[in-house]
Write a protein that binds this ligand. Sequence first.
Ligand code: TYD
Ligand code: MG
Length: 457
Amino acid sequence: MAKAKTAYVCAECGADHNKWQGQCGECGAWNTLSEVVVEPAGMAKAGIKNVGYSGRADVAAITPLRQVSQVAEVRSSTGIGELDRVLGGGLVEGSVVLVGGDPGIGKSTLLLQAVAAMAARVPALYVTGEESLAQVAGRAQRLGLPLDGLDALAETGVEKILAQLARTRHRLIVADSIQTLWSEQLTAAPGSVSQVRESAARLVRYAKETGTSVFLVGHVTKEGGIAGPRVLEHMVDAVLYFEGEVGSRFRVLRAFKNRFGAVNELGVFAMTDKGLKEVPNPSAIFLSGAAGPTPGSAVMVTREGSRPLLVEVQALVDQSPLSNPRRVTLGLEQNRLAMLLAVLHRHGGVGVFDQDVFVNVVGGIRVQETAADLPVLLAVLSSLRDRPLAEKTVAFGEVGLSGEIRPVPNGEERLKEAATHGFKRAIVPKANAPKKGRVGEMEVIGVERLVEALQLL
Ligand code: TYD
Ligand code: MG
């Protein structure tokens, strides 16, 4: 195939150059140029027809929204309940889903299990660019997966893959991974930003034109973005991230973006020797399981997605040898910790400026909601004083900049979950506490200000 016309476009200012250079001549930014295919004008016009505009190409038709006929999205189950949940109730036909995560976390395993479960109903193709066909087949056999209707293709050239697809008409494709795919139209190396973006764009276009569902596997960089372009996240319909420590058994799949469902829905899996197993009732798996109360540990109830989860937050506060003590978080936002420590000093009278503060959420799960504020501060204080919280205590609540404890959504449901798991005492925002001060056997203490919560310790 002839090379398409390409240009090098600056990611900062959008200026195009006809050859690569380290610095953009327009805005002066470094290392921002990447190669993109410049579509000939004729193709652009053809594209306009494809998306359903009518009439002359230079006059775009306006349609009143109420006249647009609605197409009900067709969903089908992936055969894995937790994956369906994260997708918003099954895989939408013709949608493109990006599954990201660290190497070794289980992306290939999950998708192989999902396509094998779906292949009996939908002809499916597993495109592998990382592992050989023998490796994929070996894994499928070891996992005891049904292989009827499941084909595999070891190929990384996106043109060749699409040419093959045009002949075979598979309805479900897994591309593992998008970083290995490359287009003949670009001179850049596979894995580079331009190649990843172009390959993904081709597959997205194919999916939309034919109604084929596509899973793209993407590796995550150290910074947490899917390697290569963040633009990938804009092109696809849903972005799911795998979280969890590679060493731990549990994995969490989180919807980061979903055009067909709620975001921040969680799916929980356990990695076993027979692949990923669903954990449909994950409530208490993110507790450390320590025998008794330990200093620096607090249990919270988070409610991300549609289920409450009990999660343990651990803090270590230690004399710092540095003039600029460290604030390190795992599974929480670092700036939030700095803010909370400032509130603790200003409104709780407890200063930690000569101490290193480390905060970790057990099990490698990421907690993004502000309900973690209060338990984080309780854990920090508990570690600083080297005194454990009272046994069987849970806490949740947002801490405001003026030292007030703000209510969080779904308080009642969180308290119920804690009571079910045998907790005896809950420290929560006043507005979340029931009037009678108990939920089942559990005593509920409502606090309005940070000082009140600290006095309870
Ligand atoms: P994999 O799906 O290859 O990860 P990714 O595609 O995200 O890089 O998962 C690999 C890890 O999972 C590997 O370290 C071994 C582990 N694993 C199991 O523990 N049990 C299994 O049945 C399988 C298939 C993998
Ligand atoms: Mg893999």
